[in-house]
Design a protein around this ligand. Structure first.
Ligand code: UGA
Length: 433
């Protein structure tokens, strides 16, 4: 099929390249000329495993192209909208400027019967509003949320655990048939497909993220209790996780969640619920947010305490800057936030991340960035692991002790074996263990 993908950020660029890899002819559109030039040259604007290969293959096959001109999308049968919906600068709600602009720019190029499939995460009610704007053109609108995780984005796009089509009642059969054609190869594997109305589809997305955020904050709340009782939150998570109704995934306590989705989505959801007069229904999300943010300060306090409250000029190696491993994304990253807070307190912070050094440097040029993991460790008087990269998980306690000035480690992601590290002479502190 002929597809367009509006917005070539994490979601859109991955979607465009993935759809081309499924055999569709795809044009990716973005207003950012530099980004389009990069993608057209086969360069990925961010680190995402597997994207490079399908981007290059798509361009080489002629199935994939990129443009800043909406006229190049005019032949598409389906227009996917994958632009960002960041948190508003002045409030907790979502900023819909980019979604609105995408629809407005598409309007002159729409033909009767083509489908716009929204993928961006939007406040419930958005699709209904946009459908009214699109109606006079004879084009249809569906909401088809995306559940990809960074670091697994390509796999999650071509092999999702479910597909959700939010469609209008009056064009339901036609629109479902179009989306089924787009995802034919995915549906062949009997991937669950749910057909809903607009509001349900929009809510599926935000409630999934709200649930995941709540799960993480739940275990971090248990970490807070573990810290004052001598319990071990990792053992606790293992034990409750054996109950299949609870499940072990997303029960890793640490410095909490960050990224371009979970934090802003729970805030936008709470703001939208307020508008709907149902703020109390998701009031707990404010608590979820607060528990999450407290964990960042907790590790800062632990580091400062290790210097008897005097961190000024003390060397701290911060390992990890990305909000999660296998990503160079630093949006609302707990790791970067902790590095900045420690630096703000006068500590001599030296950071290292396998992929996110460039993105972090652009956002925070005032921080010091080590060229290698070893360089970050050299002379450190405290080490804080803040992103669970494999490289950090595999650190050898004895070898690492030989590199630092003072063997004091803060395991902000609970990825090390405390007994091993203590046996090698380290003062080990995890989060809630
Ligand atoms: C999240 C959702 O997991 C995806 O399903 C969703 O599609 C996506 O947002 C989105 O809305 O686009 P992502 O932001 O890539 O995906 O990151 P997650 O894997 O959810 O991790 C979020 C944060 O939670 C990370 O900072 C991670 O370190 C943290 N986390 C995760 C924990 O602190 N503990 C855990 O047990 C799991």
């Amino acid at each position: 099929m002929q597809l367009s993908v509006i917005g070539c950020g994490y979601l859109g660029a991955v979607h465009a390249a993935s759809m081309a890899s499924l055999g569709h002819r795809v044009v990716g559109l973005d207003v950012d000329e530099a980004r389009i030039a990069m993608l057209s040259a086969g360069e990925t604007p961010f680190y995402e495993p597997g994207l490079d290969e399908i981007l290059k293959a798509g361009l080489a096959s002629g199935n994939l192209s990129f443009s800043t001109d909406y006229a190049d999308a005019a032949d598409a049968d389906v227009h996917f909208v994958g632009v960002g919906t960041p948190q508003r600068k002045d409030a907790q709600g979502a900023d819909l400027t980019y979604v609105d602009a995408a629809i407005t720019s598409l309007l002159p190029h729409l033909r009767p019967g083509v489908l716009i499939a929204g993928k961006s995460t939007v406040p419930v009610g958005t699709a209904e509003r946009l459908a009214e704007i699109v109606k006079p053109t004879g084009a249809h609108l569906a909401w088809n949320p995306e559940f990809l995780r960074e670091g697994f984005a390509v796999k999650d796009t071509v092999d999702p655990d479910r597909l959700v089509y939010g469609v209008a009642d009056d064009t339901r059969d036609e629109d479902v048939a179009i989306l089924d054609s787009v995802y034919a190869s995915i549906l062949e594997r009997e991937t669950p497909r749910l057909i809903t109305g607009y509001a349900t589809a929009e809510l599926v997305k935000v409630s999934a993220n709200a649930f995941l955020a709540t799960k993480i904050s739940f275990i971090n709340a248990m970490a807070e209790i573990a810290e004052v009782t001598g319990a071990d939150v990792t053992q606790l998570a293992d034990a409750i996780g054996h109950d299949v109704r609870i499940g072990r995934k997303f029960l890793n306590a640490g410095v909490g969640f960050g990224g371009g989705c979970l934090p802003k989505d729970i805030r936008a959801f709470a703001a939208r619920a307020e508008e709907l007069g149902k703020g109390e229904s998701v009031a707990f999300l404010k608590e979820v947010d607060e528990i999450n943010l407290r964990r960042r300060q907790r590790i800062v306090d632990l580091v400062v305490d290790s210097f008897d409250g005097q961190p000024f000029g003390r060397r701290v190696a911060v390992l990890g800057l990305a909000f999660k491993p296998d990503s160079d994304d630093i949006r609302d990253s707990p790791a970067l936030d902790v590095a900045v807070r420690l630096k703000g307190l006068g500590a001599d912070v030296v950071s290292y991340d396998p992929e996110a050094m460039k993105t972090a440097q652009r956002a925070h040029p005032q921080l010091a960035y080590a060229e290698s993991l070893d360089a970050a460790l050299e002379g450190a008087e405290a080490v804080a692991i803040l992103t669970e990269w494999k490289q950090f998980r595999q650190l050898d306690a004895a070898e690492t002790a030989a590199k630092v000035a003072r063997p004091v480690i803060f395991d902000g992601r609970n990825i090390l074996d405390p007994a091993d590290w203590r046996a090698a002479g380290w003062t080990y502190t995890g989060m809630g263990r």
